[in-house]
Write a protein that binds this ligand. Structure first.
Ligand SMILES: NC(=O)C1=CN([C@@H]2O[C@H](COP(=O)(O)OP(=O)(O)OC[C@H]3O[C@@H](n4cnc5c(N)ncnc54)[C@H](O)[C@@H]3O)[C@@H](O)[C@H]2O)C=CC1
Ligand SMILES: NCC(=O)COP(=O)(O)O
Length: 342
């Protein structure tokens, strides 16, 4: 296996009708000033060439395998080719391309697990477009865990973490309807989410003893049971168990007062009970520079925090900051992992 510095990141194209192609071109074109980590784009070279032309970019695109990506990267944007079934039109997603979109993700995992790529960075997918084609996973997070389980034979619990300079936040339940949240918030799920988060923050992010703040589910963390029972009956005992095991952990905290500046200074990561409880503060505090990173997997995966932004595709106005942050974080986590092994 080549050393980590000689391996590219595997970057998936995402939904080609969205801004993934635009921002991939941007991070490559600005590779010197932005110090973009070398990547291999897994996607349709014809769609990428068309998007570059539409945007007025003069970009050299070269098809290569993963081994050739690092040597190619300075001169041309390296692409591991796959073909979209339907013609790609910006802002007009087509479920006929679901196979190419998910195929890029599967290929990225395979290259990373076999050690030719150092980590996976995913461009955004539109979930509903894939659901229309029969995709049975809520999002990348759950799909990546399924691929990981198939490759390793291990049962995995994938954890979504939004990580930015001002906040790291983890939702315990992820892509489920709000009405299903209380039933899915079991002590076991909360415990394992906290434990995996603490382990990965220590082992992958280098935080020796992460300080964890856990949100309650209900207003005022239940107000002693008057506004809901889950905070004291379900969440608090898990926190007490983790504290007894040596984790630096507080909660359940009223969610409305745990994200202001002074509160955030008291912890490293916020464990939240549902998707929007974590993602609203994360995106409000750092939409351009936060990264969606999946913990609990046998490989590193990051992604920009935003979605496909279809209406911006092909217009030259999509910001590439979050993709750059995702590439940079994936490279750093890969380096930390290889240091841990040496
Ligand atoms: N990691 C992933 O694959 C993600 C996928 N999605 C998917 O994206 C689709 C659209 O979701 P939305 O809720 O509309 O979120 P979105 O993030 O695509 O767009 C929200 C707003 O932010 C703007 N925006 C997003 N990215 C931007 C960028 N790079 N530069 C400038 N402006 C930007 C959009 O124009 C829009 O006004 C959905 O189908 C959803 O499933 C959403 C989040 C993450
Ligand atoms: N809202 C975040 C999101 O939908 C990203 O999900 P995933 O596709 O990374 O699982």
């Amino acid at each position: 296996m080549p050393p980590m510095r000689d391996r590219p990141l595997a970057l998936t194209m995402g939904d080609p009708a969205g801004i993934g192609l635009d921002i991939s071109l941007a991070v490559w074109m600005n590779r010197q000033t932005w110090r973009t980590p070398p990547f291999l784009l897994i996607g349709d070279p014809a769609a990428l060439t068309d998007r570059a032309r539409l945007l007025g970019h003069d970009v050299a695109i070269r098809e290569t395998d993963c081994e050739g990506a690092i040597d190619t990267f300075e001169q041309a944007l390296p692409v591991l080719p796959l073909t979209c079934t339907a013609a790609v039109t910006p802002c007009q997603p087509d479920s006929a391309n679901a196979g190419a979109i998910t195929g890029a993700i599967e290929t990225a995992v395979r290259l990373t697990m076999e050690g030719t790529a150092s980590a996976i960075v995913t461009n955004p997918i539109a979930k509903s477009v894939l659901y229309d084609a029969g995709f049975r996973f809520p999002g990348h997070t759950e799909f990546l865990a399924d691929i990981g389980e198939r490759l390793t034979g291990e049962k995995l619990l994938p954890i979504m973490m939004l990580a930015g300079p001002k906040l790291m936040a983890v939702p315990v339940t992820i892509h489920i309807p709000l009405k299903d949240v209380p039933a899915q918030l079991t002590p076991d799920l909360i415990y394992r989410t906290c434990a995996i988060t603490v382990r990965d923050l220590r082992d992958r992010f280098g935080l020796a003893s992460p300080r964890v703040a856990v949100a309650g589910l209900n207003p005022h963390a239940g107000e002693n049971g008057a506004l809901g029972l889950e905070d004291d009956a379900v969440i608090r005992p898990v926190i007490e168990r983790l504290r007894a095991e040596g984790v630096d952990i507080t909660g359940p905290l009223p969610a409305d007062t745990m994200f202001h500046d002074r509160a955030r200074a008291t912890y490293d990561v916020a464990i939240c009970m549902y998707h929007d409880q974590a993602l609203i503060p994360a995106k409000a505090l750092g939409f351009d520079d936060s990264v969606n990173v999946t913990l609990g997997l046998p490989f590193i995966r990051t992604s920009p925090d935003h979605g496909t932004a279809f209406t911006l595709a092909g217009k030259g106005i999509a910001r590439a900051d979050s993709l750059l942050a995702a590439l940079t974080m994936a490279q750093q986590l890969g380096r930390n992992a290889s240091k841990g092994k040496s």
